[in-house]
Ligand binder design. Structure first.
Ligand SMILES: Cc1ncc(COP(=O)(O)O)c(C=O)c1O
Length: 384
């Protein structure tokens, strides 16, 4: 199998699985228990918190473990809005993941005014419109992502945060696709809350974290027991949290070896150039903006992405048509729509996302397989 779908999920590092294993078996204590058995689990959770805090340059006490990126986004949005009950507008971008879009759609149903800041054709945020929107005076929060899951386009979160701070508006950042790929310095960012997810950086699924800046006006979302210092009720997912801590530590070490990231970006560029050179009517979506080095989004004009994916899958190549949740539907992704790509490009756009496990041979094989697939489809499908 050639796995080029690392923005959907990544292969867990073997060390992650090793460290999780005892907590899936004999070390099953509840971290809230006062006995020694429980306290061993508590120690493991706290060590993981420390490791995640190291990766994000925040304080351990600012890390709240969640069931993943989706919960962290939901908790941030609901929690920041609840802390400012008189403010009924929320600012967001037009290219957010559904983990932000859907809770905001719910807030709209509850009477909130959701203001979407557009992006340009490169996928870059319209900062002037953002600044104007922030001046309204009734904005409870802004929710803007750090790196786009479909195109890899990176927003300047420092700049967004400064605009928000000047307007007195708390900013939530979905950094799910940035964590482990680019360094994040939470302490230096003008950001109130930040969401990450372990399975995007070689950790386990079903565990993530919401970082809430100390002293923030934020209310807890999941009520229950006093876990996570009363900020997220529910018995902790100890094996998952331990795995996330292990992945965070390994990710942090990787930043000391920039060659790892250069190699991934070089492979991505080889894939892009190879496709552009061998297949007519192809475009790289968002490639003139600043991008995460592992991601490329490529439009094969006139085709349906699902058809290409299916044939790729028959050759054991895994890619994606943008967000995992939008595959299976024939609607082009809202991200590509927001970038105002022509329909015949947006409909035929695929995302390839690499990781450090991707090999030169895999990229070469993909470049051998893909032109024939596109040719085959272009022969049988009427072009739009
Ligand atoms: C940008 C972004 N935010 C949030 C999520 C949701 O994360 P999780 O799968 O951990 O719920 C994803 C997952 O694809 C994502 O790419």
């Amino acid at each position: 199998m050639i796995y080029l779908d690392n923005n959907a999920t990544t292969r867990p590092y073997p060390q992650v699985l090793e460290q999780m294993q005892p907590f899936l078996a004999d070390a099953y204590g509840n971290p809230s228990s006062v006995h020694r058995f429980g306290q061993e689990a508590r120690q493991a959770v706290e060590q993981a918190r420390y490791r995640v805090a190291n990766l994000l340059h925040c304080q351990p006490g600012e890390v709240i473990f969640t069931s993943g990126g989706t919960e962290a986004d939901n908790a941030a949005i609901a929690g920041l809005a609840a802390a400012q009950p008189n403010k009924k507008a929320i600012i967001t971008s037009s290219v957010e993941h559904s983990a932000v879009r859907e809770p905001l759609a719910r807030m709209a149903d509850c009477g909130f005014n959701i203001i979407e800041i557009p992006v340009d054709q490169k996928g870059e945020l319209d900062y002037a419109t953002l600044q104007n929107a922030l001046a309204r005076g009734d904005v409870a929060l802004a929710a803007i992502m750090a790196a786009n899951n479909e195109t890899g386009v990176v927003f300047d979160i420092s700049a967004v945060g400064n605009l928000c701070r000047n307007a007195g508006v708390p900013l939530h950042v979905d950094a799910v696709q940035m964590a482990g790929k680019l360094p994040i310095d939470f302490a230096a960012l003008p950001v109130q809350t930040l969401a990450i997810s372990a399975h995007k950086f070689h950790g386990p699924k079903g565990v993530g974290a919401l970082v809430v800046r100390r002293g923030s006006r934020w209310q807890s979302f999941i009520r229950g027991g006093p876990q996570e210092r009363d900020r997220r009720g529910g018995t902790e997912n100890v094996p998952g949290i331990v795995g996330m801590g292990a992945a965070a530590e390994l990710a942090q070490h990787k930043f000391q070896t920039p060659a790892i990231f250069t190699r991934i970006a070089t492979l991505r560029n080889t894939l892009e150039t190879g496709i552009i050179n061998s297949i007519a009517e192809t475009t790289i979506n968002g490639n003139t903006a600043s991008r995460i080095g592992n991601t490329t989004n490529i439009g094969f004009a006139g085709l349906e992405a699902e058809a290409i994916l299916l044939l790729l899958s028959q050759h054991d190549v895994c890619a994606s048509a943008g967000a995992a949740c939008s595959s299976g539907s024939l609607e082009p992704s809202h991200v590509l729509r927001a970038m105002k790509l022509p329909d015949r490009v947006a409909h035929g756009s695929l995302r390839f996302s690499l990781s450090e496990f991707t090999t030169e041979t895999e990229i070469a094989e993909t470049l051998e397989i893909l032109p024939a697939i596109i040719e085959q489809l272009r022969k049988v499908l009427p072009t739009a």
